[in-house]
Ligand binder design. Sequence first.
Ligand SMILES: C[S@@+](CC[C@H](N)C(=O)[O-])C[C@H]1O[C@@H](n2cnc3c(N)ncnc32)[C@H](O)[C@@H]1O
Length: 278
Amino acid sequence: MTSARRLRKHWWGVLFSGVFPDRRSVPDENPWIGPAWADLSQRKLRAIPPAAVPVDGVPAAPTLGYPAVTSLVINLMSQDRPCRVVDFGGGTGYECFRLLPSLSRPENVSFHVFDSNRALFDLGQAFGKTVPHGDRVFFHPDSFDGWEGPIDILHINTALQYLPDPIADLAGLLRRGPQCVVLTRLLAGEIPTFTTCQNVLGVRTPCTFLNVRDLVAGCAAAGYRVAFQAPCLEEDLTGDFAPDIPASHRIPHSLTLVLHPMAAAQACASATASDQGL
Ligand SMILES: C[S@@+](CC[C@H](N)C(=O)[O-])C[C@H]1O[C@@H](n2cnc3c(N)ncnc32)[C@H](O)[C@@H]1O
């Protein structure tokens, strides 16, 4: 466990507790609009390092961990054409601002942040005015349903677990046809899908851990297959479960998944198989 995680556990208690039949059984106190989350978000934004010296025009990725995967995908897709990244559940746009200094063609990239807690946008918008290419991050106060136009990359970092029905909601986003999907810090693994209570800086919210096979089947039914998967080793969850969560429900790390569209015929076959429970 990192020292930051140890300190948080000491201060606020364990992160995940209980196994609940559904999300309605867990109190939702909306941690994302409280002062503690705003304070942490601001400290994280201010700690983003500036661009490092580029190698052959390519600056360094923020770390070798999960953001490096997103950085690679964006750089590959933005060399000679515009690349629209939708950051769903993006909050203050922290991940977008963290990725910006690693982009070789930032002028080709636009980040579009959607989030149900629009109060977070004020922090991101103010921060965007202070950093190079900060104007490439756009915050959308309207619902994502009204978004028109192509999505080159759908990016979700540690937000899927808070959506009302994560697999169905992701499938809905996939039906908008992104060229590539980058899901980082996913709470998914070889565990049963279950709802728990997450303690975010002392504030409770329902959180869904996913069975990774069900998640992949849901994506296949929407026409997407896995191109890459890796554990997020920098997110060590081993100390984060209360004793009332059985070992069979625990994962040691979160997960990064990159998905891409499969051929139409294959998508059809997968959807049929999934409808038949195969
Ligand atoms: C742990 S934060 C992650 C924020 C951001 N992705 C990041 O990496 O900094 C989870 C985010 O999910 C957002 N969220 C929760 N429920 C949501 C929903 N139904 N639709 C969109 N965003 C949601 C929260 O407002 C919050 O900003």
